[in-house]
Write a protein that binds this ligand. Structure first.
Ligand code: SAH
Length: 231
């Protein structure tokens, strides 16, 4: 089953962007995923194509108008989940990415300027999603990052489905260190256990490393991991 992204944006030409390359690009050609853009400006009420206005109550910047965006969504929405990229949204996690990868159509509103009039978010029951605690200039970049994470989980996109299972976050742990040939580089050796061919020992070493790295870098994740083992 293919996945279609319906994207509400004032910059449709940004898509597919980097998603047109490499594994995601091949999957697009193969029809594993597809996208449609809706140019919000096409739904403006004036001949200048205005999509934004100054914030009620004052303050810096411009806000995307509820009437224009609302009209764009009403004319194009066929049902299914609608998300909006937003720094005040629910943080995107690998778990949410897995859920989204099981949908057949996902609509995404890309904000610009200071963001979107709150009333459109309420009226269409839009779920706000953040890709991290920092501010970008537009939702298009954030949407492409979210799409990339979703697309690589779709059947047939990665050569080895196993490789998504042992990655960072899949079990609340960051990934163990990876090495490839040459086994010695500028005096640095690949850890001996990885060359031993002893699968159990390799697995134990990787687990131990994953726990160590997670503890050092993400104590919040390690706590989740340890809590999940306790039940
Ligand atoms: N004034 C807003 C930031 C607007 S940034 C605030 O303080 O919350 C402009 C647009 O970029 C947003 O509407 C959103 O679509 C997108 N954007 C910026 N940072 C983002 C993030 N971390 N995650 C998702 N989208 C983001």
């Amino acid at each position: 089953m293919a996945l279609n992204f319906k994207i509400y944006t004032i910059f449709p030409e940004i898509f597919p962007g980097f998603l047109g390359y490499s594994l995601t690009g091949r999957a697009l050609e193969e029809g594993i995923w597809s996208f449609e853009t809706v140019n919000i400006r096409d739904y403006a009420f004036d001949k200048h194509g205005s999509v934004d206005d100054t914030p009620c109550g004052g303050g810096a910047g411009m806000v995307m108008r509820a009437d224009v965006l609302g009209r764009a969504i009403a004319a194009n929405h066929r049902g299914g989940r609608i998300l909006a990229m937003s720094p005040k949204g629910r943080p995107l996690t690998q778990q949410t990415v897995h859920q989204l990868s099981r949908e057949s159509e996902i609509s995404v509103v890309c904000g610009r300027f200071e963001g979107i009039d709150e009333r459109v978010l309420e009226a269409f029951d839009i779920e706000e999603v953040s890709i991290g605690d920092y501010i970008l200039t537009g939702g298009e970049q954030a949407a492409q990052i979210m799409f990339d994470a979703i697309i690589r989980l779709l059947p047939g996109v990665l050569g080895n489905a196993q490789s998504t299972m042992s990655e960072s976050f899949e079990d609340c742990l960051l990934e163990y260190p990876q090495y490839t040939r040459p086994t010695e580089w500028e005096g640095r050796q690949v850890p001996e256990v990885l060359l031993s061919g002893h699968h159990k020992k390799i697995e134990d070493w990787r687990k131990e490393q994953a726990i160590k790295i997670t503890g050092e870098r993400r104590p919040d994740l390690l706590k989740k991991y340890l809590d999940s083992k306790r039940v």
